[in-house]
Design a protein around this ligand. Sequence first.
Ligand SMILES: [Zn+2]
Length: 287
Amino acid sequence: MKIYAIETGKVKITKRWRVGQGAGIRRLLNTFLDNEYTEWLPIYVWVVEHPEGLMVIDTGIPADANKRIWFPPYMPLIQRAAKFDMTPEQEVGPQLKKLGFLPNEVRWVLLTHLHQDHDGGLHHFPQAEFIVSRQEWVAAGGFGGRMNGYLNQRWPDWFQPSLIDFDTIPLGLFPTHHTLTQAGDVHLVPTPGHSPGHLSVIVRDGEQSIFFAGDASYTEELLITDKADGVGPDIQAQHKTHRRILAYAKENPTIYLPSHDPEAKARLENRTILTLPFQASVGEKSH
Ligand SMILES: [Zn+2]
């Protein structure tokens, strides 16, 4: 299966956003008031040429996000703590065309979650079927969603995704999953923690599993070392999600692709399998 990485721009966040410190409200203040920033990190969108239809995973961010007015005035701390760098040509629509695809050829747009650097390119796909977990949709909607950092006022009027209720059949340590394709080779699994209804996409390509992780961890290293980020509302859920992913990777040759991991594109191109540095314990023990 052909799979492409599209870098829709770059983001830089505070170091305590990438790896959180403290608990509760102090953790959020540490994240937003930190004066140290990461290097510029990619914002990846993934394109899967599946025989049943073209699939796009996440949509990146629009060039407008460079402008201060893109974020509403009640979000000054987010503006301070996350900086973006991108041009209109880097948006997902133009880049898809460069790869030789038309946006209206896309059958599915799978959204790992509804943060602004993942749902910022919806307008490029007016004809696709959007897939979101019901839990994420509920968390992101309305005034409550806006207060929790979702920019739902930026969604196109016509945005009405298909909502996924995971069935009750486990997949490895994931308690539930949803199979998207007739061929049974694309699975959505719940990976909450970074956001309440975060999902990851597993594409089985022969013996290999390509694991599109969204922000379940920002990098592969942070997965292996089980570090929770500084913005997720549920730290324990992040740790549990990490252990479930590692358990999956222990059983299945897995190429692990987070959205903001500078190494992810090379891992996809070289089909580099996630290897655990030692026999990491990946059970369901409490953290
Ligand atoms: Zn996110």
